[in-house]
Design a protein around this ligand. Structure first.
Ligand code: PMP
Length: 422
C-alpha cells in the first residue's frame, strides 16, 4: 500500500526525497501516455516521469528490444567489442550536424554535463564556465555549480562559474530583446572571468525553470561572443532533444546555432538510465585514455533500448506529431487566458509547454498557492502535470510524445474547469 511504501521510504531513503501530491501517489504500472496507481485508477501522464518517457511507458518495441538484449548480454564494458554501442553511436551521430560525430555514453544528464564541462576545460585550457540564471544542468557536485535555481540551497562548490542574466522574454529585464542579455555575457567575460572562458552552457528551452524559451537570436549572439573569447558552446538537450519541440529535432536548431558540444539524457532512453555527449573530433582529441571512462555508459541493454527509441520516434513521426498536437494545445491554452485572469503566460513549443499563474498580470506576482490547488485538482481529475519555474507557479506540460489531440483537449478542459473552481 502507499502507506507501507511511504513508511519504508521514510525509514530507508534519504530525507532529500520529496513527493508531488498532498496524498502521495503510488504508481504501479505504465502504458504509453497512461499511468496507473495502486487502486487501478488511470492517469493521463502529462509529465512523462520528468520529461523522460519519450515514446510512451513500456512502449512494446522498446520493451522487446531490451528484453531480447537482456537475454543475450547485459554487460561486458567497452574493454571488449560489442556491436550495440557502436550501432547506437552511429545512429545518434546521424541525427547531428556533420561535424558533431564523436559520441560518449554516460548514465544521466548530470554525468553528461559534467563530462561536457571537463571537455571544455581541457580543450581550452581555461576554467571559467558561464551558465544562465534559472538553469538546471544537474545535481552532482560539479554540475550543481552550473545549475542556478533559487530553490537549490547547496552552496556552489564549483569555482569559476558565472551565472548570467536569463534571456527570459516574460520575466527578463530586456523582454525579448536578445542584445541586452548578450551584453551581460560580454560583461561577465570582461569583468568576471578576466577573459578566462572555457565554455558556455544553456538549455535551449529551460525545462525545470518553467519551459522558458530564450529570447530569439540570443544563442547566435552569445555563441559568437564565446567563440571570440576562446570558449566553446554547450547545448544541454536533456529535455529539448529528439523532436519534442516539434519544429526541430534538436532545441539548438530553434535558435539557428550549431554547438561545439551537445549533451542529452532523459528522452534518449525512454526511462532507461542513459545519457550522451556528442562533440567534434577536434574537441574529442583532448579526451585521452584514462581521462574518461564509464563502466555502464552505453551498455548493451541501454544501447539497444536507445536505438529502439530513435527508430520508434522516426517510424511514428513523433517530431511532426509534437508540432501538431503542441500547436493545438498552445492555441487552446492561450485562448483560456481570456477566461482566466490568473493565467499570466502560456509559452513553449511542441510538447514542451509552460503555463504560469499570477495573481496580478502586470506585476506578475506568483500565484503559488493557487497553482498548488489546481495541481491537486488535476490529479483528482486524472491528469498528472509537472510544476516548476522560478517561483513554483508554472505548470509544466511535457507528456510522452504519443500524447494525442484528444488528450490535449482533455487536459485543457480539465485545467479550464479547475481554474473556474478556484
Ligand atoms: N539538464 C537538464 C536540462 C535537466 O532537466 C536535468 C534533469 N532535470 C539534468 C540536466 C540532469 O539530469 P539527471 O537528473 O539525469 O542527472
Amino acid at each position: 500500500s502507499a502507506d507501507e511504501v511511504l513508511a519504508k521510504r521514510k525509514a530507508f531513503l534519504g530525507p532529500s526525497l520529496f513527493h508531488y501530491y498532498n496524498k502521495p501517489l503510488n504508481i504501479v504500472e505504465g502504458k504509453m501516455q497512461y499511468l496507473y496507481d495502486d487502486s487501478g485508477k488511470r492517469y493521463l501522464d502529462a509529465f512523462a516521469g520528468i520529461v523522460t518517457v519519450s515514446c510512451g511507458h513500456c512502449h512494446p518495441e522498446i520493451l522487446n528490444a531490451i528484453t531480447d538484449q537482456s537475454k543475450l548480454l547485459q554487460h561486458a564494458t567497452t574493454i571488449y567489442l560489442n556491436h550495440t554501442i557502436a550501432d547506437f553511436a552511429e545512429a545518434l551521430a546521424s541525427k547531428m550536424p556533420a561535424n558533431l560525430k564523436v559520441v560518449y555514453f554516460v548514465n544521466s544528464g548530470s554525468e553528461a554535463n559534467d563530462l561536457a564541462m571537463m571537455m571544455a576545460r581541457l580543450y581550452t585550457g581555461n576554467l571559467g564556465m558561464i551558465s544562465l540564471r534559472n538553469a538546471y544542468h544537474g545535481g552532482s557536485s560539479s554540475t550543481l555549480g552550473l545549475t542556478a535555481l533559487n530553490t537549490w540551497k547547496y552552496p556552489i562548490p564549483e569555482g569559476h562559474v558565472h551565472h548570467v542574466m536569463n534571456p527570459d522574454p516574460y520575466h527578463g529585464a530586456f523582454g525579448a530583446d536578445a542584445t541586452g542579455y548578450a551584453n551581460d555575457v560580454q560583461d561577465h567575460i570582461n569583468y568576471g572571468t578576466s577573459g578566462n572562458v572555457a565554455g558556455f552552457i544553456a538549455e535551449t528551452i529551460q525545462g525545470v525553470g518553467g519551459a522558458v524559451e530564450l529570447a530569439p537570436g540570443y544563442l547566435k549572439l552569445v555563441y559568437d561572443i564565446i567563440h571570440k573569447a576562446g570558449g566553446v558552446c554547450i547545448a544541454d538537450e536533456v529535455q529539448t532533444g529528439f523532436g519534442r519541440t516539434g519544429s526541430h529535432y534538436w532545441g539548438f536548431e530553434t535558435q539557428g546555432v550549431i554547438p561545439d558540444i551537445v549533451t542529452m539524457a532523459k528522452g534518449i532512453g525512454n526511462g532507461l538510465p542513459l545519457g550522451a555527449v556528442i562533440t567534434t573530433p577536434e574537441i574529442a582529441s583532448v579526451m585521452a585514455r584514462k581521462i574518461q571512462f564509464n563502466t555502464f555508459g552505453g551498455n548493451p541493454v541501454c544501447s539497444s533500448g536507445g536505438l529502439a527509441v530513435l527508430r520508434v520516434l522516426d517510424k511514428e513521426k513523433r517530431q511532426a506529431h509534437c508540432h501538431e498536437v503542441g500547436s493545438h494545445m498552445l492555441e487552446r491554452l492561450r485562448s483560456l487566458m481570456h477566461r482566466h485572469e490568473i493565467i499570466g503566460n502560456v509559452r513553449g513549443r511542441g510538447l514542451m509547454v509552460g503555463v504560469e499563474l499570477v495573481t496580478d498580470r502586470k506585476a506578475k506576482t506568483p500565484a503559488k498557492a493557487e497553482t498548488g490547488v489546481v495541481f491537486e485538482k488535476l490529479r483528482e481529475l486524472g491528469i498528472l502535470v509537472g510544476k516548476g519555474g522560478l517561483n513554483g507557479n508554472v505548470f509544466r506540460i511535457k507528456p510522452p510524445m504519443c500524447f494525442t489531440k484528444d488528450d490535449a483537449d482533455f487536459l485543457v478542459d480539465a485545467l479550464d474547469y479547475s481554474l473556474s473552481k478556484l
